[in-house]
Design a protein around this ligand. Structure first.
Ligand code: HDE
Length: 719
């Protein structure tokens, strides 16, 4: 507990053991006097101590020195990957016992609630980069269980680029800004990344995910989470199951368009952070179903792929995902640095009943995460930072180190000891003592890739073939965008050579746009240099075990809710306030958020003489910040929107939303607006365009927003 006024956190904070613990370290400066870090009250915070009114500052000014010294050291190194992140507190509730499979106590009893802290992140960009980069998203969860912290440090994609940890620094060096000129920021569209990828066939499955719209999510609350590796569950009897972890968003899996993502990066680089923050503040708590795929140990070898290979999924058609819990995020952090920045995850933070597998990527991670905290947080005592503390107390003989907080009484810091009565004691397994799962290992020490890992394209094919037509087009266009930025023709050629092994049409379509000769496409595996050292990376020709997996397409996702959707209402003087209020109430009643956009921020006079205050002006925001638009009616309002000063702005708003396949509702009397926009006469053929004449307008609008986008009409809308 630090020496300042401790407070209750936000009044509506759901209390749990972790938030109670954090409360002890949380302060509020309200009605307090300013002090130094030593608690001395400060009388003048405006002037430094000088030798005369116009004289030099005195070294003895300890108040100035303390303030500036602290400021000088306010920054810590950002995470070497996943630097940009957003966090939230929440709760994990178990709905169905997993006691049959694991002895982990937080997974045993139905109804058990475990406090969590979750951090989402992009991977490549710096801390100050944009949320909307084309990138993998980190999905890291710290479960504060009664048996200690359990960290599930996953991503929003279920596979990874590489099979072995030894390639991770290469991958990250390739994707990060190039070392000579530190460009580009938060982007993979550049030579070094694609050079590396073109030489790494094992990456191709992940590349399919990265080039899909999964890499540009609409929000954190609308993306899946995956543990990626296979882990092990061990039950009381010692029986083992392999387990894959899944988080499925209640709001469905939805993404934005690439053109939109690029615009958002300029208009609101904090788009995802803001969405998460605002949703929680409004009480629209992001939620996921937690699911597991369970595979008995004895079935390990029944698949066409290796369960230890992190470039493979276990298709849900082969092993269904059993939904057993709910993850809910319900409280924003009080302080970004103290919580979101200082939280330290580690896949090696385990509880009894969960263990690792020999996945060679996971094995390397087990070293990396503690190691990195030492340079990032500066001390092996990072576990004492409030956000990292377990809710059960820590007792061991570890001592000292930078910034040590715990004051351990007594003489003894070794074991065995008699002076301390032998304490702290080892815990027996039945008392909750962790014991690594016993596994028989015998073999030859070897620096090689397992032959069972040598299939790099079959699941890339499965992913690509499972996409809907619009998703396939987006994926093709993403590859064209990315590879068009590659300046070295040989890299583009090699990459096209990789794509041939996934889908010839995809390869052809990309090749055609990036200046690669199409005739070369008939040579599968041509991209592997004839270099003996790399022969082990050559892929086998293999067809996927199943041809299509519905779970891989976002087309089949949840489309029944407008919870957390943001709808922009374009209004102007003379607006028909009755109709617009009516719609607003209905949308908000379903969990949507309505924000008013007017030609300026001046109060808007309505048709009944009242006034409305808009949150945005036509120039201060953009259609890309909204899921849908409503163009409010009112004869004078329409006239006002069509005066030269406003006309191009409002038409741009409409055209852009239309281009990005969003729902647009044109109220009665707004025909001149849609007829002058790209919507035009097609308004009446498009299911996501609603006009005032439509009797079922509101219901159709709500359904169109819930459907997210009419991607199928993208070509028509952009014609
Ligand atoms: Fe990480 N990763 N990683 N990673 N990772 C880090 O740890 C690393 C990998 C993931 O919000 C670092 O504390 C290695 C896979 C997330 O704080 C670092 C390898 C997956 C986060 C590190 C991997 C992840 C990290 C940087 C290959 C998905 C952000 C800062 C062997 C299953 C956690 C830090 C947060 C962060 C190393 C591969 C997910 C350097 C060596 C696979 C979500 O330790």
């Amino acid at each position: 507990m630090i020496n300042s006024k401790n407070i209750d956190m936000k009044e509506d904070t759901p209390l749990n053991q972790k938030s109670e613990q954090l409360k002890l370290d949380t302060t509020l400066n309200e009605n307090e006097k300013l002090t130094t870090n030593q608690g001395l009250k400060i009388n003048n915070n405006q002037d430094s101590l000088k030798s005369a009114e116009r004289g030099p500052t005195l070294l003895e000014d300890f108040i100035l020195r303390e303030k500036i010294t602290h400021f000088d050291h306010e920054r810590i190194p950002e995470r070497v990957v996943h630097a940009r992140g957003s966090g939230a507190h929440g709760v994990f509730k178990l709905n169905k016992s997993l006691a049959k499979y694991t002895k982990a106590r937080f997974l045993a009893e139905e109804g058990t609630e475990t406090p969590v802290f979750v951090r989402f992140s992009t991977v490549a960009g710096s801390k100050g980069s944009t949320d909307m980069a084309r990138d993998v998203r980190g999905f890291a969860i710290k479960f504060y269980t009664e048996e200690g912290n359990y960290d599930l440090v996953g991503n929003n994609m279920p596979v990874f680029f590489i099979q072995d940890a030894i390639k991770f620094p290469d991958l990250v060096h390739a994707v990060k800004p190039e070392p000579d000129n530190e460009m580009p920021q938060a982007a993979s569209a550049h030579d070094t990344f694609w050079d590396f990828i073109s030489l790494m066939p094992e990456s191709m499955h992940m590349i399919m995910w990265l080039m899909s719209d999964r890499a540009i999510p609409r929000s954190f609350s609308r993306m899946e989470g995956f543990g990626v590796h296979s882990f092990k569950f061990i039950n009381e009897e010692g029986k083992v199951h392999f387990v894959k972890f899944h988080f499925k968003p209640k709001l469905g899996v939805h993404s934005v368009a690439w053109d939109e993502a690029q615009r958002i990066s300029g208009v609101d680089p904090d788009f995802h952070k803001r969405d998460l923050w605002e949703s929680i503040e409004k009480g629209i708590f992001p939620e996921w179903d937690f699911g597991v795929q369970l595979i008995p140990e004895e079935d390990e070898d029944t698949f066409d792929f290796d369960l230890l290979d992190p470039t493979k999924i276990v298709p849900e058609e082969l092993v269904p995902v059993e939904l057993v819990g709910t993850l809910t995020l319900n409280r924003n952090p009080d302080n970004f640095f103290a919580e979101t920045e200082q939280v330290a995850f580690h896949p090696g933070h385990l509880v009894p009943g969960i263990d690792f597998t020999n996945d060679p990527l996971l094995q390397g991670r087990l070293f990396s995460y503690t190691d990195t905290q030492l340079s990032r947080l500066g001390s092996p005592n990072f576990h004492e930072i409030p956000i990292n503390r377990s809710i059960n107390t820590v007792h061991n003989n570890q001592r000292d180190g930078h910034m040590r907080q715990q004051i351990v009484k007594g003489k003894v810091s070794y074991e065995p000891n008699s002076i301390g009565g032998g304490c702290p004691f080892q815990a027996m397994m039945k008392e909750g003592g962790f014991s690594s799962h016993e596994e028989r290992i015998s073999g030859t020490k070897i620096r090689e890739r397992s032959k069972s890992f040598v299939d790099h394209y079959s699941q890339a094919k499965l992913f690509y073939n499972s996409q809907s037509t619009p998703e396939k087009i987006h994926l093709q266009n993403a590859l064209i965008f990315e590879l068009s930025k590659v300046t070295i023709p040989e890299i583009r050629e090699r990459l096209v050579g990789q794509l041939v092994n996934i889908d010839k049409f995809l390869a052809w379509r990309v090749a055609e746009k990036i200046g690669v000769e199409v005739t070369e496409l008939d040579f599968p595996n041509q991209s592997i240099p004839a270099d003996g050292n790399r022969i082990d990376l050559q892929s086998e020709e293999k067809e996927p075990e199943i041809k299509i997996s519905e779970a891989l397409s976002m087309e089949n996702t949840v489309k029944n809710t407008i919870q957390g959707r943001k709808i922009g209402f374009i209004i102007a003087a003379g607006v028909d306030v009755g109709a617009s209020n009516d719609l607003k109430m209905k949308l908000e009643g379903k969990g949507g958020t309505v924000e008013l956009i007017a030609p300026s921020l001046a109060p808007v006079r309505t048709n009944d003489g009242s006034t409305l205050l808009s949150k945005h002006s036509l120039t201060s925001t953009a259609s890309v910040c909204f899921d849908a638009l409503y163009i409010a009616g009112g004869e004078d309002a329409v006239k006002e929107l069509l005066i030269p000063e406003n006309r191009h702005l409002v038409l741009h708003f409409i055209n852009e939303a239309y281009k990005h396949c969003k729902a647009i509702y044109f109220d009665a009397g707004t025909e001149p607006l849609y007829m002058n926009s790209n919507v035009g006469a097609r308004a009446h053929e498009d299911p996501a365009i609603i006009t005032g004449e439509d009797a079922e307008g509101t219901d159709r609008f709500i359904q169109a927003i819930a459907n997210h986008r009419v991607w199928d009409l993208e070509l028509d809308r952009n014609a």
